[in-house]
Structure formats: structure tokens, C-alpha cells
Write a protein that binds this ligand. Structure first.
Ligand code: 5RP
Length: 265
């Protein structure tokens, strides 16, 4: 791996633990202003110091993020359809040029691949092209195994296929979903895997237990959005997730931390 690419990646996957807590706020790229992300700058301001990296699109970077912040950014560069596109949601192209990612001082770029949809070929070739450009610039690529609205697709057989394909085409790391037998997903993917959170879960403890199990089964961290910033106490929540990911806390121990920060705040 080239020095620049390794150096960028080490800003995201923290060298002391090898783990990461990425904060995803890229949802507007196809969902528009979803709840609690109507003003991304306000949502993210109290969380910036608690995130190892931010995942977001370039318009939000330029309009909502202070340029003197030093949280590394993973720039969402794929897109092209909205939630109104139904089954065509997977019809994505590359929507941001690599030189703009460099201009924004991104530490990685991210794109979605939609395996098993009618657009799988197109999105896999998007990945291949992005990796070629990433190699030219020393820019790591995060492959996102997107399922669109079909959340039921999230099983180990399907996600293993998607993650492995992202790695085979050269992604430096992969974002996927947690699932039963997650060890098979992480264990058959030769590059680091982070998990998304998905829609808000019933309880904070559910989220923290999921993070614990994911790490124990081979994830290097999370790239989480709604279960953090849609929580009533987002700073308490991201702190609790950090305790699991970086400090080896159990879900229950992290939940105690959540409760204590929540009561202090
Ligand atoms: C959308 C994404 C999101 O960043 C991802 O789903 C993470 O957010 P959440 O934890 O809210 O699911 O990649 O395609």
C-alpha cells in the first residue's frame, strides 16, 4: 500500500486500537433533510470531537462544517437517485471528482455498491474506477454494501458476497450491516469492515450490544448515523459507542456510561 494511502487510512482507523468510530451524516444525498439532520452543521457540532471520522457529501462539507476542524472526512462520492426512485435507487454513478476530494482534504472516499440489483455491474464498475483514481492520488476507498429499502437482505450469505466483492475490486475498507453469523462476513473479507447502524433501534442497550458483538466478531468499528444523532442524547450515545469500540467495554458497561453522561448533561 502506498505511503499516502496508508497515512490517510491511519487517520480513520486509529493506530493505537486499530478501531474507529465514524459518524455518518451523508443520508441527505438521497433522503434529503431527514429527522435531526435538517441542519447538519448544528447536529454535528457537539459530536465532532467525539468522532474519529465524519462521513458526508461535499455540499455539506462546504456549507456546514468549519474548515478549521481536524476530524478526518470520508467523502460520499456516489449518488444520482433519490428515495423516490423506488427500485431504481441503485442506479448510482460517481458524483464527485477525485480532485475535488483531494481539494477538500478528504481522508477517504466512499461509494455504494448494489450487489444483486439490476445496477450491480454499473456500481461495481464505479468502484473499480474509483479505486483506480484512488491509487493515483493515494486516496483510500470505502465500499458501502447498500441494500436500499430491502433491509431483509441483511444476512451473512449476502453480506459476505458484497464485502468480499468490494475487497476484490480494491476497496481499502468496507462498510456493511451487522447480521447473525457476522463472523463469516468479517472473516471472509480481507480488508477492515465497519458496520452501519441502520434505522434507530428500540433501545440504547440494543445498539451497544450490537456494537460489542460486531467488534468481537471481527468488525474494526462503526460508521453510524441515526442511532447516534437521532438519539435524545447524542453526545452520551457516541461516548458509549466509543467505550465499546475503543475501550473494550461491554454493552451493559457502556450503557451505564450513557446513563451517567445523560444525567450530567
Ligand atoms: C447511506 C449510508 C449511511 O451512511 C449509513 O447507512 C450509516 O448510517 P446509519 O447508521 O444511520 O445506517 O451509507 O447509504
Amino acid at each position: 500500500m502506498d505511503w499516502g494511502l496508508k497515512n490517510r487510512l491511519s487517520r480513520i482507523l486509529k493506530p493505537d486500537t486499530g478501531h474507529t468510530v465514524m459518524l455518518a451524516i451523508d443520508h441527505g444525498y438521497f433522503l434529503g433533510p431527514i429527522s435531526k439532520l435538517e441542519k447538519p452543521g448544528e447536529t454535528v457540532a457537539p459530536l465532532l470531537d467525539h468522532a474519529d471520522a465524519l462521513m458526508l457529501a461535499r455540499g455539506v462539507v462546504r456549507n456546514s462544517i468549519p474548515s478549521d476542524m481536524d476530524t478526518p472526512m470520508v467523502l460520499r462520492v456516489s449518488g444520482g437517485r433519490s428515495i423516490l426512485a423506488g427500485e431504481n435507487l441503485s442506479d448510482e454513478g460517481l458524483a464527485t471528482a477525485m480532485d475535488d476530494a483531494v481539494r477538500l482534504n478528504a481522508s477517504a472516499v466512499a461509494l455504494s455498491v448494489f450487489v444483486g440489483t439490476e445496477n450491480e455491474r454499473q456500481t461495481i464498475l464505479n468502484l473499480a474506477k474509483l479505486v483506480d483514481e484512488g491509487m493515483r492520488y493515494g486516496m483510500p476507498v470505502l465500499g458501502v454494501t447498500a441494500v436500499g429499502k430491502e433491509l431483509e437482505k441483511r444476512d451473512a450469505r449476502y453480506l459476505s458476497l458484497c464485502c468480499r466483492m468490494c475487497a476484490e475490486f480494491g476497496a481499502s475498507f468496507v462498510k456493511t450491516y451487522f447480521c447473525e453469523e457476522f463472523e463469516k462476513v468479517a472473516g471472509s473479507c480481507p480488508v477492515p469492515v465497519v458496520i452501519a447502524g441502520g434505522p434507530q433501534m428500540d433501545t440504547e442497550l440494543d445498539v451497544l450490544n450490537m456494537c460489542r458483538e460486531a467488534i468481537d466478531k471481527g468488525a474494526v468499528g462503526v460508521d453510524m448515523g441515526r442511532n447516534i444523532w437521532q438519539n435524545e442524547h447524542p453526545v452520551a450515545m457516541i461516548s458509549a459507542v466509543r467505550a465499546v469500540v475503543h475501550e473494550g467495554k461491554s454493552g451493559a458497561e457502556a450503557h451505564d456510561l450513557y446513563q451517567s453522561i445523560k444525567s450530567d448533561g
